[in-house]
Design a protein around this ligand. Structure first.
Ligand SMILES: [Zn+2]
Ligand SMILES: [Zn+2]
Length: 331
C-alpha cells in the first residue's frame, strides 16, 4: 500500500462529512473494530479509514474489509507510520459481579469450564452485555463475547482446589470469588441468582454508583459485587421508607437515637440536629426478592456508626458493631 497521510486525511474528511454510520456502511464495515484513530479530538474507526484512504490513490478504489492486510496489527502499524494516533480498544477488566456469574456457571457445570459453543456461555455473554457497569464507549467489539466468557470459565475452573492440571493465568479477583463460593456456597449462589434476576428485570438501571458522600478508600467492595451494593444504598436512601421509619421511632420514643451507640443528633447539635438520623438496611446483600418496604429491615443509625458498618468487608451487623463500640468504651 502506498497510502500516505494525504489520503488518510481525505478519508477522515469524508468520514466527517458522512457521519460514522454512513461512512461505515458505504465501505462495508460493520459497527466496530478494535482500533480507533484519534484525530483532532475525534475518534474514527481505523480500519475503515485506511480502507477508504486507498480509494483516494490515483486509479485505485477503496479496499474491502477482506482486502486489508490480514497480519495482526497491520492497520495500526501502517497508520502509526503515517504519524497517526491509533489506540486499541481494550475490553475493560471483569468486575466482581461478572466473575460471580461466571463462577456460578462453572459451579453448575461441576466445576468444569465450558466451551464457547455452549448455549449457556452464549446466554451468559448476553447477560453480561446488559450489566450497567461498563459504559458503551469503553466496550470494544469483542466485549464479553463467547470466547472471552469461555476463557473466564477456564480461568476459574483451573483455580479450583480439585483441578489437577496447570492453571490458566486468571487474576486475583477470580481466585477471590472462587474462594467466596467455596466458603459460603449458598450465599454466593443466591447472590448470583439475585444479580441475574435483577439484570433481567432492569432493577439496577439508574442506581447511583456509590454513596456520593463516601470517598474513603477503605470502603471495600462487598463480596457480592457492586450491583447488589448499589441496591443496598438505594434501599436505605429511599425517602418514603426513611420517613416512615423516623416517624414510627418518634411516635414510639419521642426522640431519634442511634440504635448502636445511642447518639442523639438533637441532643448533641440542638435545633440543627433535630430530626436527623441515617438508616441502614439490614437484610444481607445476597438476599433475593424485593423486600423494599419493610420497616423492620431498617435500623436507625448515626453517621459514624453507619460509616463503620460499611468500612471493610464483610460489612458488620449492627449487633457486631455494638460489641465493638462497647469494647471501645471500656478501654
Ligand atoms: Zn452510632
Ligand atoms: Zn448501610
Amino acid at each position: 500500500m502506498q497510502i500516505t497521510r494525504a489520503e488518510v486525511l481525505a478519508a477522515i474528511a469524508e468520514y466527517d462529512a458522512l457521519g460514522r454510520e454512513t461512512f461505515l456502511s458505504r465501505y462495508g464495515f460493520d459497527d466496530a473494530t478494535s482500533y480507533l484513530l484519534h484525530h483532532a479530538e475525534e475518534r474514527y474507526e481505523a480500519a475503515a479509514v485506511l480502507a477508504a484512504a486507498h480509494g483516494y490513490l490515483p486509479d485505485r478504489s477503496a479496499l474491502r474489509a477482506s482486502e486489508l492486510p490480514s497480519r495482526k496489527n497491520a492497520v495500526e502499524l501502517h497508520l502509526r507510520r503515517l504519524r497517526f494516533d491509533v489506540r486499541r480498544l481494550k475490553s475493560p477488566s471483569w468486575e466482581r459481579d461478572e466473575v460471580i456469574l461466571a463462577c456460578d456457571l462453572v459451579r453448575q457445570n461441576g466445576w468444569h469450564w465450558l466451551s464457547a459453543d455452549d448455549q449457556r456461555v452464549q446466554e451468559l455473554s448476553e447477560l453480561l452485555q446488559l450489566m450497567p457497569l461498563h459504559p458503551a464507549e469503553v466496550r470494544g467489539p469483542k466485549f464479553r463475547n463467547v470466547n472471552g466468557v469461555a476463557r473466564k470459565t477456564a480461568d476459574i475452573a483451573t483455580q479450583h482446589p480439585d483441578y489437577r492440571g496447570k492453571p490458566t493465568k486468571g487474576g486475583a479477583l477470580d481466585r477471590e470469588v472462587l474462594a467466596d463460593f467455596l466458603k459460603r456456597p449458598e450465599e454466593m449462589q443466591t447472590a448470583a441468582n439475585t444479580i441475574r434476576a435483577g439484570l433481567q428485570s432492569g432493577m439496577f438501571e439508574g442506581l447511583a454508583a456509590s454513596p456520593d458522600d463516601i470517598e474513603d478508600t477503605a470502603i471495600a467492595e462487598a463480596s457480592e459485587g457492586r450491583l447488589l451494593e448499589r441496591r443496598h444504598y438505594a434501599r436505605e436512601r429511599n425517602p418514603k421508607l426513611r420517613k416512615r421509619k423516623i416517624d414510627a421511632a418518634l411516635k414510639e420514643r419521642g426522640r431519634l437515637q442511634c440504635e448502636v451507640c445511642d447518639f442523639d443528633f438533637e441532643a448533641a447539635y440542638c435545633e440543627r440536629g433535630r430530626g436527623y438520623i441515617e438508616c441502614h438496611h439490614v437484610v444481607p446483600l445476597h438476599t433475593s426478592g424485593e423486600t423494599t418496604n419493610r420497616l423492620q429491615d431498617l435500623v436507625l443509625i448515626c453517621a459514624n456508626c453507619h460509616r463503620m458498618i460499611h468500612r471493610g468487608t464483610p460489612w458488620l451487623t449492627p449487633d457486631e458493631l455494638r460489641l465493638l463500640v462497647r469494647r471501645g468504651w471500656k478501654s
